[in-house]
Design a protein around this ligand. Structure first.
Ligand SMILES: [Fe+2]
Length: 456
């Protein structure tokens, strides 16, 4: 029996029913939102007594003294302060959700790897039990690096809540629809969209359409931000206005509940007697958001050659070294190819950064086969990779008319740190043992003559 109480809950429910899918536009804006009229103090943060008997509380996403253009915090006005939303902790095990450093003795991370989509099992899996770590990089304790995960979710969390003190999560759905009921409002997320869940934000994940599968980049480091556009100017790539933050929504729900906390790579559970999603009003610039990847405006070459894939960066999480990201989130989507006398697919290369890719839908131009929706690939630090023979021969001999790359959406989590495979990725996930063979049939075309053996 649902133990919802009092009239404020009713007001909250009405608000949710009419406004669950309301969002506020802008990336990193200073938002303000209230689920009950007059709940948000005006012109100040800490009145002696808050309206509705709420508690004022600050959620700091950056150090107090971070430069003002990077400083992020949100003031929450909530039914109970967060000290009531945890109690004593006990450690629990989520054995498939790993954190860096996680270097396994009997796993070889050096290699070009590709996986088929991880299949759904018959098990009921929540956001927590359905998370499977594929790679880890850096060190969660020193807040550098990342982990990549696949989620397989079939079951909503009920009276269960979660927050990660370790990381912000970038969620990239590939299948199914999820609802993230967070302290700061509700976000619904479907394939072709992404969401950012900030470090410390408490939420519950519900399945709207299942089963749900997708990718998660767990960022241990500095927050994701929009990349500088340099000479491109003020427009294109990801535009600020297309990011959406939720409006305030609260639950006044008395029920035995569990809060799970990820902290320094370990999971802890605590029991409380109510929903912690009790923020009635908030203002600030530290908030979850979502973004529709179909709004990403790609930039490319319009005469010959093509730029580095960094031209497709949607979000970047900086490291301490300028231009060298802890993580870049890069999108390869539909676009026109018009370059003359140019090998148009991604070129062969070795990269100091480590590239983990996932396919959201369609066909990727450098690998016409084998890299399928839901699948992943890993090209680790300084490991060569590039088009397979089919892509190379096709692109080398193509009649170079303007051509639209259609029905394609893949992404890359690219990090400055080497990525280590988990045991799950190496032994349980559907690894394609023959991926390395995709370059086998590339021929030597050099015979000492300027024309090579192209036509022989
Ligand atoms: Fe690459």
């Amino acid at each position: 029996m649902d133990q919802r109480t009092d009239s404020s809950q009713k007001l909250g429910e009405e608000r949710r029913n009419s406004a669950a899918l309301e969002y506020m536009p802008g990336f990193g804006n200073d938002f303000e939102t209230e689920a009950l009229p007059g709940a948000l103090p005006q012109g100040r943060n800490s009145p002696q007594k808050c309206a509705y008997g709420l508690y004022g509380e600050q959620l700091s996403g950056t150090a107090f003294t971070a430069p003002s253009h990077q400083n992020e915090r949100t003031w929450c006005y909530r039914i109970r302060p967060s000290v009531k939303h945890t109690s004593r902790f006990r450690k629990i095990d989520l054995p498939l959700w790993k954190s860096a450093p996680n270097v396994c003795d009997d796993v070889v991370s050096l290699g070009q790897y590709r996986w088929d989509p991880v299949p759904h099992s018959g098990d009921e899996l929540t956001w927590l039990t359905g998370m499977r770590t594929m790679t880890t990089a850096g060190d969660v304790n020193t807040q550098v690096g990342m982990a990549s995960h696949i989620y397989l979710v079939t079951k909503s969390m009920e009276d269960e809540y979660f927050f990660s003190a370790d990381s912000e999560l970038l969620v990239v759905p590939q299948e199914g629809v999820l609802r993230f009921c967070t302290e700061l409002g509700v976000i619904e997320l479907e394939p072709k969209e992404i969401a950012i869940l900030p470090r410390g934000l408490v939420y519950r994940v519900e399945v709207i359409e299942g089963p749900a599968r997708g990718f998660v980049c767990e960022n241990y480091g500095q927050k994701f931000e929009l990349p500088g556009r340099g000479p491109i100017g003020a427009n294109c790539m990801a535009n600020r206005r297309d990011f959406k933050a939720p409006v305030a929504h609260f639950e006044d729900r008395e029920a035995p509940s569990t809060v799970t906390v990820k902290w320094c790579g370990q999971f802890h559970e605590t029991k409380i007697g109510h929903s912690p999603l009790d923020v009635v009003a908030w203002h600030g610039n530290y908030a979850p958001c979502k973004y529709d990847l179909r709004n990403y405006c790609p930039i490319g070459s319009i005469l010959f050659d093509h730029p580095d894939p960094s031209i497709f960066t949607v979000l970047t999480a900086p490291s301490g070294v300028p231009g060298t990201a802890n993580i870049d989130f890069v999108l390869f989507r539909e676009r026109w190819m018009v370059m003359e006398d140019t090998f148009r697919p991604p070129w062969y290369h070795k990269n100091i950064m480590s590239e983990l890719m996932g396919n959201i839908y369609g066909q990727y131009d450098a690998k016409p086969q084998g890299f399928i929706p839901g699948g992943m690939s890993l090209h680790n630090m300084m490991l060569p990779h590039g088009p397979d023979n089919t892509a190379f021969e096709g692109a080398s001999n193509a009649d170079l008319k303007p051509e639209k790359l259609d029905n394609t959406m893949s992404f890359m989590f690219e990090t400055r740190f080497p990525q280590h495979l988990t045991e799950f990725a190496a032994k349980d996930a559907p690894l394609q043992d023959d991926y390395i063979d995709c370059w086998d049939s590339l021929e030597k075309k050099f015979d000492g003559t300027p024309e090579g053996t192209w036509n022989k």
